[in-house]
Design a protein around this ligand. Structure first.
Ligand SMILES: Nc1ncnc2c1ncn2[C@@H]1O[C@H](COP(=O)(O)OP(=O)(O)OP(=O)(O)O)[C@@H](O)[C@H]1O
Ligand SMILES: [Mg+2]
Length: 264
């Protein structure tokens, strides 16, 4: 199921134009990272994918559905969106209720709901916390609950808005594992991130936004190699990439294995 964005512009009621003509196609099964400075328009862009925001002009198609013609509830069967701040998303008294809400709401059969919920809980390592109130857990775990409740909906497209912000290394690895699992299942994963190493290690394609426009879009290695252009949106290439450049490596390297191969 492709995402097709054509000439998307969006102006907030305050008069601020946050998106200034975005053209982007994301193909079924792609793993895309969206990067860019604070206020570049990343969250505004992805909130259009599940209909939370409607374009001021231009169009977005999710498969053959134009988002303006479908309700947010209907679009939720195709696009799962994990909020930037889990406290904006969570509302249940215990973890199990929270994670069960989405798939139940989509009207799946009981057995399927149970299977999806168990899988989401086990992927996020929440299985032993099902009875706990999300607000008795740390913000780190609340982020995992937010992830689990969206994964449990089994949508073909999953969006994560800054999943690794404020997370320790163990949790970042957990999140990378969730993304790898979704990739294996053939899902489209779109992740907004400021964590450029995480971006380099986990995503094939990178879109850099700047001031409501697409600044760069392409394979991670090509985009992350463009230090000067990225500086316009205050993104530093991964440390390995910069080190590789300083060492005079001919190819742009973004991952540890590539780096080691290149210096051999
Ligand atoms: N509800 C709103 N009302 C008015 N302006 C808004 C609203 N939400 C965001 N903006 C403005 O729109 C622009 C884009 O914001 P957006 O949240 O999409 O950026 P972002 O790239 O996600 O930034 P960050 O990395 O800080 O999350 C910013 O100038 C922001 O101040
Ligand atoms: Mg944002």
């Amino acid at each position: 199921m492709n995402i097709e964005i054509t000439n998307l512009r969006f102006t907030y009621p305050t008069g601020l134009e946050a998106l200034k003509g975005i053209n982007l196609t994301i193909n079924s099964g792609e793993q895309v990272a969206i990067v860019g400075q604070n206020g570049a328009g990343k969250t505004t862009l992805v909130r259009h994918f599940n209909g939370l925001l409607k374009p001021t002009s231009g169009t977005i198609f999710i498969g053959e559905w134009e988002t303006t013609k479908f309700s947010v509830a209907k679009l939720a069967s195709r696009v799962g969106y994990v909020f930037q701040n889990p406290d904006d998303q969570l509302f249940s008294r215990d973890v199990l209720t929270e994670v069960t809400f989405g798939p139940r709401n989509l009207g799946y059969e009981k057995a399927k709901i149970e299977e999806l919920v168990q899988r989401a809980l086990s992927l996020t390592e929440l299985t032993d916390k099902t009875d706990t109130n999300p607000y008795d857990l740390s913000p780190t775990w609340r982020k995992m609950i937010a992830l689990a409740s969206i994964i449990a909906m089994d949508t073909p497209i999953v969006i994560f808005d800054e999943p690794t912000t404020g997370q320790d290394a163990v949790n970042v690895a957990r999140i990378a594992n969730v993304i790898a699992e979704l990739r294996n299942e053939g899902k489209t994963v779109i992740t907004i991130t400021h964590d450029i190493d995480f971006c380099a290690e986990n995503f094939e394609r990178v879109v850099a936004l700047s001031n409501g426009q697409v600044l760069l879009d392409g394979p991670a290695r090509e985009v992350l190699g463009q230090e000067k252009v990225l500086a316009q949106t205050y993104v530093d290439p991964p440390q390995l990439t910069r080190l590789g450049k300083r060492l005079g490596l001919k190819e742009t390297v973004t991952r540890q294995e590539e780096f080691l191969r290149a210096i051999e």
